[in-house]
Write a protein that binds this ligand. Structure first.
Ligand SMILES: Cc1cc2nc3c(=O)[nH]c(=O)nc-3n(C[C@H](O)[C@H](O)[C@H](O)COP(=O)(O)OP(=O)(O)OC[C@H]3O[C@@H](n4cnc5c(N)ncnc54)[C@H](O)[C@@H]3O)c2cc1C
Ligand code: FES
Length: 275
């Protein structure tokens, strides 16, 4: 079984232009939205809920703009209404953390290529705020009757994100912490490896830090599983024009951020990015 997630993604092939854009053309112009709710997730992470609905797939992202700052990409934690889960690490994310209900923010998107559902029993592995698009994916997968195990990994218990949200959706939740203060002790790939040794899955999905994704890519190839992994890259235009996000010959803002790797490993599959 291989199903595109969501029903609303369309592509427009512009005559004479080899680039095909996801729904919304080039993401359109930034549109103004307002924060309607702020959900504290941990000491360093908040989710902003906006008064905006987007036709989007899990794994797609939006460019977020605030006056006096450059635009930055954020995964959609939800699309209806839009939710953004933001870790405070630098100037832009700190500015987002200062927003309160009623404050404006500008959104361009949805952009990029999201996850595709495949198989019946799937394992989702999220490191830090990487859980955000995976919760959106879990909702879609569960709605289609799939069995979902969500592994949410963090350094320590107070950094664990989304465990209750995954449970509320109906997913089985496995928590992993590096210091063993909650759930299983170990980094995400180690705990995922232990799960895969005990249980059978049809596909592996991941979002999180680069090192975690590379370890998951290796793990999936060893276990003969297809893997869909969401990568971060420095993004400026978000629409395939500036080249800043290229990786392994792929323009990640268009062909990713989700790349699919076949069960035998190797480079990301040709055609990834255009479901
Ligand atoms: C496709 C895509 C999706 C993304 N989705 C999200 C999302 O859902 N939530 C989210 O919070 N961010 C997300 N990001 C990252 C986001 O776009 C910004 O890069 C991030 O918010 C940092 O911007 P900043 O200006 O606050 O800090 P910067 O000035 O860019 O960084 C400040 C310092 O923090 C370091 N740093 C940057 N990122 C991290 C990190 N993740 N952990 C630890 N240190 C870091 C930098 O190396 C630098 O030293 C995504 C990026 C991409 C490409
Ligand atoms: S961000 Fe400009 S080409 Fe991808």
């Amino acid at each position: 079984m291989s199903l595109p997630v969501g029903e609303s993604t369309s592509e427009r092939a512009w005559e004479g232009n080899p680039i095909r854009f996801p729904m919304g053309g080039a993401g359109g112009l930034p549109r103004a939205a307002r924060v309607v709710r702020v959900i504290p997730e941990s000491e360093r992470v908040k989710t902003l809920i906006l008064d905006l609905r987007l036709p989007a797939q899990p794994g797609q992202f939006v460019m977020v703009w605030l006056p006096d700052y450059e635009e930055k990409p954020f995964s959609l934690a939800e699309a209806d209404p839009v939710g953004l889960t933001v870790a405070r690490v630098g100037p832009f994310s700190t500015a987002l953390h200062r927003l309160e209900p009623g404050d404006p923010v500008w959104i361009r998107g949805p952009l990029g290529h999201g996850f595709t559902l495949e198989g019946r029993r799937i394992l989702l592995v999220g490191g830090g705020y990487g859980v955000a698009p995976l919760a959106f994916l879990a909702r879609e997968a569960l709605a289609r009757g799939m069995e979902v195990t969500a592994l949410t990994a963090a350094r320590t218990a107070t950094d664990v994100l989304y465990a209750e949200r995954f449970r509320a959706l109906g997913a089985r939740v496995v928590v992993a912490t590096e210091d063993g203060s909650a759930g299983e002790r170990g980094r995400a790939p180690e705990v995922a490896r232990r799960l895969l040794e005990r249980e059978a899955y049809d596909a592996l999905y991941g979002c999180g830090p680069e090192g975690m994704l590379e370890a998951l890519r290796t793990l999936a190839a060893e276990r003969g599983l297809p893997a869909q992994l969401s990568y971060e890259a420095y993004m400026r235009c978000g629409i395939g024009l500036c080249g800043s996000c290229e990786r392994e010959g792929r323009v990640l803002c268009l062909e990713g951020p989700v790349l699919r790797f076949a069960p035998d490993g190797g480079p990301p599959e040709e055609g990834t990015g255009f479901a």
